[in-house]
Design a protein around this ligand. Sequence first.
Ligand SMILES: Nc1ncnc2c1ncn2[C@@H]1O[C@H](COP(=O)(O)OP(=O)(O)OP(=O)(O)O)[C@@H](O)[C@H]1O
Ligand SMILES: [Mg+2]
Length: 506
Amino acid sequence: MTAASAVASQQDPFILRVENLTKRYGPVLALNDVSLGIRRGTIHGLLGENGAGKSTLVSLISGQRTPTSGTIFLDGRAIASVDIKAMEEAGVFLVTQEPMIVDHLTAAENLMLGIWPSSGGFVRWSKLRADAARMLEGTGIDPQAMAGRLDAVARRKLNILRAMFSGGKIIILDEPTAALTVEDRAQLFSFMRDLKAQGVTFIFISHYNDEILEICDACSVLRDGVLAGGTENVKGLTSEQLSELVLGRGLVLFQRERRQFDTEPAAVSLRSVVSAGVRVEALDLHAGEIVGFTGLPGAGAKELVRAVFGLVPVRSGTIAFADEAPHKLPASPRDAFDAGIAFLSDDRHRDGLVKHMTISENISLSSLVSLARSGFLSNDAERNLSDRYFEAMGIKAPGPSTTVDTLSGGNQQKVCLGRVLATKPRLLILDEPTRGIDVGVKQDVLRIIDDLSRSGVAVIIVSTDTDEIVRSVDRVCIFDGGAVREELSGAAITNERLRQGTTSHG
Ligand SMILES: Nc1ncnc2c1ncn2[C@@H]1O[C@H](COP(=O)(O)OP(=O)(O)OP(=O)(O)O)[C@@H](O)[C@H]1O
Ligand SMILES: [Mg+2]
């Protein structure tokens, strides 16, 4: 450190400051004249609705993208040319919203990528390394597994771990907790607190109020690209106040009126399903019923729905719709789709969107088959369908003909969801349907699923978000060891019970 910068860092309480930062993508003003400061050694929340400009702001700070105008200061010094290399050398490290993983390297090798010696020497490396090894053990991630084979959750964890061990002075986490379990989250937070105690500064993006309230010291709120507010004391707020700060209005939480279906005939019956990690004797779903599937990773919830949708080979198992005769479980997603099963994957990058196509085309992609079959395939039909879902999902974009690669993360997720809902299935399976979706739109999505259930479709929601389950389902199946260990319905579905049911025992 030079004498000049030592003086500068003593004078500026902000380790990072941006002044009049603006980013334009053609006609879209993603960030508009934003000025804010991040205090040294704090965890600073960055909040805002989908498309507000959060990812854009951190992409500028980390040098992934170039600002249209404005200045970034580190330790009180203006950075002349901001690029990834310069910012990494200065100790700024970004974990992006979508996992960045090198598929042909092992999990352990991915973990070591981008690790460089810390400049100040204030991070205790030996302890961190030991923690890293221990944490990888606890995650069920095989250090020698090829990263390309890992599921979405494992890939996300690897990314986060890599940031934790990067030696960065400023670590930016863009929605790191989406899809993490309660325990993973607790581990991440304790990691963040350890590093914070050693002087590391964090910028933390999340749509979950409880996380912001638990981990953040200060926060800034973006709305339509403009700095709309913030506080130096997050802990002084209630969850309601936080939502109001983000939305600029009060938030009415959705709550489904739970129904009992036990006396009604089954609409979907699964029998003797055996596949990797799953052994389910019998499970019935009813027309209009919404059932939550939850449990720890590997407990069987995700594994069962992937087997039902034909994504993984099954050893045995049948599915029967209402009065129809039982059939073998679908051998492929195509078969499943033909049988009337729709599936929203938890990983929109792997089997999700066609990035260079428009919102409209993406929404109607799956439905085209059924539209064509019913003889109605026309541009009008496609447009009506996608316009309806474009509106209903509140997708933030210039219009339905915008290509999806220019959308914010949460808005891409809405397109995926719109596409699945538009297929009018008999069995609708949604894996983490509101991940990455902001608090306001989340209520709309839960309402749309609720409405849809009234048309008689049976719905499965796979989720690790206990709050989402409590507010949206009639019944919950808690998985353990590949089978349903416990079922809850009616008033028994509470956050406390679900948390108990989804933490490991002993
Ligand atoms: N490459 C691009 N081309 C055009 N517009 C873009 C591009 N990238 C982002 N945008 C637009 O910039 C705005 C801000 O997007 P950004 O990704 O920063 O939002 P966000 O706050 O991170 O939202 P989310 O919570 O959904 O992740 C959005 O309107 C988005 O559509
Ligand atoms: Mg984003």
